[in-house]
Ligand binder design. Structure first.
Ligand code: KG4
Ligand code: ZN
Length: 337
């Protein structure tokens, strides 16, 4: 089954062609980073206007790169929620119209389900994934630990009580005068810093909770850097100590969950899964636990941050579970939450 997927939930305009939920034929991502870097964050109206300009050329390019035409496509998938409503609308209207005009199956997808399915994607070989799985999914807008018993059977066992880790990366980068998005900038600066210079607090929400909290850490960084002489070295040290605290908080909770839920696999997903320090910490902690669980992060860095290939994968398994549900075309309603 060949799916053309569209993703416009935030500030990336993306279209992809994916076969049978895993094989990536194309995954085109038009990033708006340069535009939003000027304002230090996404202005929804600006993002939506960019999506309008990019969506059709990006879809054309995805088909071209996959060497396919719309005739070859079996279904069209699109992110319907959650996200910025003005951004989502561009994707959902485009997908709904394309499906109606070309008589295609139309599949709305939850963006977070998409991130979860990013671990199924590959160019060469299908990844032989075994259930049950524990997934830590960390982005700019969300942050959860999910227990997944089977395809599209999700149980949220932990989530953030305030900010997502990605948002904390973005805010702290801004405080330090680093670029946008903050995650990769902090990671780069942290390489030249001393992670032990300052010990930032990690929220302690109890041994029985798999929830996160990052607002205290953000405030701690704010107080620490106030009235300090921000030399290059100082900025690198703060970036390094902040990264140390966030990755420690994320990996500690994931491992705590892994002790309770015996799983075949442990996955990391979402924009922050691109962070090398986080990946290495989780691998180390799984080894210390003497766990037999297979650890995976997305095969390619472009599957970590927002992309349409992951939406195609989630859509495929969603469709397979209940094909009857998608027999008739139904206009897709975009929802922010
Ligand atoms: O999944 P994503 O593209 O968008 C949302 O669904 O929110 O995640 C974007 C987030 C941003 O906050 C960005 O700073 C973070 O992922 N990010 C990283 C790295 N690359 C992207 N955070 C830490 N380290 C990275 N290397
Ligand atoms: Zn995302």
């Amino acid at each position: 089954m060949l799916i053309l997927a569209i993703e416009t939930s935030c500030d990336e305009t993306s279209a992809a062609v994916v076969e049978n939920g895993w094989k990536v034929h194309s995954n085109i991502i038009a990033s708006q980073v340069e535009i939003h870097a000027k304002t230090g964050g996404v202005i929804p109206e600006v993002a939506a206007r960019e999506h309008v300009l990019k969506i059709i050329p990006v879809i054309d390019q995805a088909l071209k790169e996959a060497n396919k035409t719309l005739n070859d496509i079996d279904a069209i998938a699109v992110t319907s929620h959650p996200g910025l409503i003005s951004s989502l609308l561009i994707g959902t209207n485009t997908a709904s119209t394309l499906a109606l005009l070309n008589n295609k199956i139309l599949i709305p997808v939850n963006h977070i389900h998409g991130h979860i399915y990013s671990n199924w994607l590959s160019v060469e070989n299908p990844r032989k994934i075994k259930f049950p799985i524990l997934i830590l999914t960390v982005s700019g807008g969300h942050n959860e630990i999910i227990y997944m018993k089977d395809h599209h059977e999700f149980e949220i066992i932990g989530e953030t009580r305030d900010d997502a880790a990605g948002e904390a990366f973005d805010k702290v980068a801004r405080m330090l005068g680093l670029g946008y998005p903050g995650g990769p900038e902090i990671a780069k600066a942290a390489k030249s810093g001393n992670p032990k210079k300052i010990k930032f607090p990690i929220a302690n929400l109890g041994k029985n909770s798999f929830d996160f909290s990052f607002s205290g850490l953000k405030t701690a960084v704010l107080y620490e850097i106030k009235q300090k002489d921000k030399t290059q070295q100082y900025i690198c040290d703060i970036a390094s100590c902040f990264q140390e605290a966030v990755t420690e908080a994320l990996s500690q909770k994931l491992i705590l969950a892994a002790q309770k839920y015996k799983v075949e696999e442990i996955h990391l997903a979402g924009g922050v899964s691109a962070n090398i320090e986080l990946r290495e910490k989780i691998i180390r902690k799984i080894q210390e636990l003497d766990s037999k669980s297979t650890f995976r992060h997305p095969e390619h860095i472009s599957y970590c941050t927002d992309n349409a290939a992951m939406i195609a994968s989630a859509a495929y398994f969603q469709y397979k579970k209940n094909p009857e549900k998608y027999k008739e075309w139904r206009n897709i309603i975009a929802k922010p939450n």
